[in-house]
Design a protein around this ligand. Structure first.
Ligand code: PEP
Ligand code: MG
Length: 583
């Protein structure tokens, strides 16, 4: 038996077998003194197979109208006849008497190193092509297949170093009993994904020495992972699983009750979603609509950029999963930093400091064609149902003015083409950078609403990477600096008569909800699975009491003190709720 303490993300406890997801490149064992003629034949056959595979893929892309992506694959096919790659590999097999896969690895490493040393995006793309084709060839030559989350077809616990936003597109939530990762924090994307899909998860565990045959207990509430537990532990866990299920059933049975505090203040409870799967669960969890649609997931589903038409269809599918009266607040593409967009080799791969680089709106403004196709798809949807749009990672006023002008231009463009859209579509920004919170009065006067992104606001205010498990104690949204900034943003909204919503992970935290309500927040958007409990909490408290709590917290010197005050308050006020806030 081995016990590992990671970071809890909520979601209860489960027992099961692991699905070990390590999608790294196949390992090449360097083989010398080989039969070179045989190795050259193996290489030629592998190259022919790779060529067929890529041709197939390119045809499928072109059939979907993705000609540019098809052209990229053609460039990869050309490498299979290229002097520097194809012929050089054969030459290396002959001269160095090494295996085909060893030669592919050696030649591709050399080319990639040379190309990456050249400061030019053309050569970087060529380096990526060489890397791609060499991985494909090595998979073919070693007879291995890449591990994919799509292979998960029985209910198992996903064990991985970390999950990238792009991995999640392949994950069938019914098949993931739990998620357990070596890296990450409570606000990293793995944690957000898990909460959204109601999957128990423990992140930031450090090395996970898990083998396929092991049994695991993953406790999303305490952050404990046990490898090969004792039989007595299994009995206890089974009892907890039953009581967890009862509590869940109780909360789910009450989601249609109004979310009004004991002193009759209505709090809107919206959901953060990434796509159609989660949108279909909105009613089940009692969300009153979508407060944050993370559109980047639509871009991660394939390795290529979706066309305007494809985006429009995906958005329409999500809209159709909601009733027409429900809120649908859609965030423009938010990539860069911890969310690289592989289909565009987003600049974060080459930036020295991607978290402070071309992310969110900075990336959009630098890629006007991408922004144009997304805005056109969104505006076309606005003719069918009411939507609101907002922009991520805004840090200065100039960005707000630029995107506003851009939206106006696209509305005019659609008008000229006689395509209907909502010309008064509500436009907002995320406040997730300290400069935006500090300059709120000037920014908010240019938009219709703002939504606080507490995940990034915490990361940037405390200068602590939200994905780094070693900094989780610093990147804490209960730090007074975060509460002061939130208070300032709310005041900016009140002065300008604009709505201030919140959509970071803080908004679904049972301990943070009374503080946020007490500070004046009236719209909370959170991971779906957290909504039933959040609604019950709001129904249990009065805004007046929350206000007193918030003001006591604002006077506290650090997160530890704020948590102490809040835990004591919650124990008193949520006494009837069986909450997972106990340590
Ligand atoms: C946030 O930063 O709080 C937020 C909601 O955006 P994301 O988690 O997608 O970066
Ligand atoms: Mg963010």
């Amino acid at each position: 038996m081995k016990e590992i303490k990671g970071i809890s993300t909520g979601g209860g406890v489960v027992v099961g077998q692991p699905f070990i997801y390590r999608p790294e490149k196949p390992v090449v064992f360097y083989k010398e003194n080989v039969d070179t003629q045989k190795e050259i034949e193996r290489f030629i056959l592998a190259a022919a197979q790779a060529d067929r595979e890529i041709l197939n893929l390119a045809t499928k892309l072109r059939d979907k109208g993705k000609n540019a992506e098809g052209d990229i694959l053609d460039a990869q096919r050309a490498l299979l006849e290229d002097e520097e790659f194809y012929h050089k590999t054969i030459q290396v097999i002959k001269q160095e008497v090494i295996s085909a896969e060893s030669a592919v690895q050696k030649v591709s490493d050399q080319i990639v190193e040379e190309f990456e040393a050249i400061e030019d995006s053309y050569f970087r793309q060529r380096a990526a092509d060489v890397q791609d084709i060499s991985v494909r060839l090595i998979y073919i030559l070693t007879g291995t297949t890449p591990v994919s989350l799509a292979d998960l077809n029985t209910p198992l616990i996903v064990v991985a170093h970390d999950l990238m936003p792009s991995d999640t597109a392949a994950l069938d939530p019914e098949m993931a009993l739990a998620i357990c990762t070596e890296a990450g924090t409570a606000t990293s994307h793995t944690a957000i994904l898990a909460r959204g899909l109601s999957i128990p998860a423990v992140v930031g565990c450090g090395p996970l020495p898990v083998k396929t045959k092991n049994t695991l207990i993953v406790d999303g509430s305490t952050g404990i992972v046990i490898i090969n537990p004792k039989p007595s532990m299994l009995n206890d866990v089974k009892k907890r699983i039953t009581s967890q299920a009862d509590e869940r059933k109780y909360l789910l049975s009450r989601v249609t009750l109004p979310t009004v505090s004991t002193d009759k203040v209505k709090i809107d409870m919206l959901a953060n979603v990434g796509g159609v799967i989660e949108s279909k669960l909105i009613t089940k969890y009692g969300a009153e609509g979508i407060g944050l649609l993370r559109t980047e997931t639509l871009f991660f589903e394939e390795n290529t950029l979706p066309t305007e038409e494809e985006q429009y269809k995906m958005l329409l599918d999500i809209a159709n999963a909601l009733s027409s009266k429900m809120a649908m607040t859609i965030r423009m593409l938010d990539v860069g930093g911890d969310k690289p967009l592989e289909a565009l080799q987003s600049s974060s791969t080459t930036e020295q400091n991607p978290f402070l680089g071309q992310r969110g709106i900075r990336f959009l403004l630098a890629h006007p064609e991408l922004m144009r196709s997304q805005l056109r798809a969104l505006l076309r949807l606005s003719a069918k149902r009411k939507i609101k749009i907002f922009f991520p990672m805004v840090s200065i006023l100039d960005e707000v003015q630029k995107f506003q002008k851009f939206v106006d231009i696209i509305i005019d463009e659609l008008k000229r083409e006689n395509i209907e859209c909502d010309q008064n579509i509500e436009r907002g920004i995320m406040v997730e950078v300290p400069s935006a919170a500090l300059n709120i009065s000037n920014l908010i006067s240019e938009v219709d609403f703002v939504s606080i992104g507490s995940n990034d606001l915490t990361q940037y205010t405390l200068a602590a990477d939200r994905t780094n498990e070693n900094l989780a104690h610093i990147a804490n949204y209960f730090d007074p600096s975060i509460l002061w900034l939130i208070q300032r943003i709310i005041e900016g909204g009140e002065k300008n008569h604009k709505d201030v919503e919140i959509c970071g992970e803080m908004s679904g935290d049972p301990l943070a909800i009374p503080i946020l309500v007490g500070l004046g927040i009236r719209t909370l958007s959170m991971s779906l699975a957290r909504i039933p409990l959040a609604k019950e909490i709001v129904r249990t408290v009065s805004v007046k009491q929350c206000h007193t709590l918030a003001h006591n917290c604002l006077k506290a010197p650090n997160a530890t003190e704020i948590l102490k005050i809040t835990k004591a308050w919650c124990k008193k006020n949520y006494a009837t709720l069986n909450l997972a806030y106990e340590e």
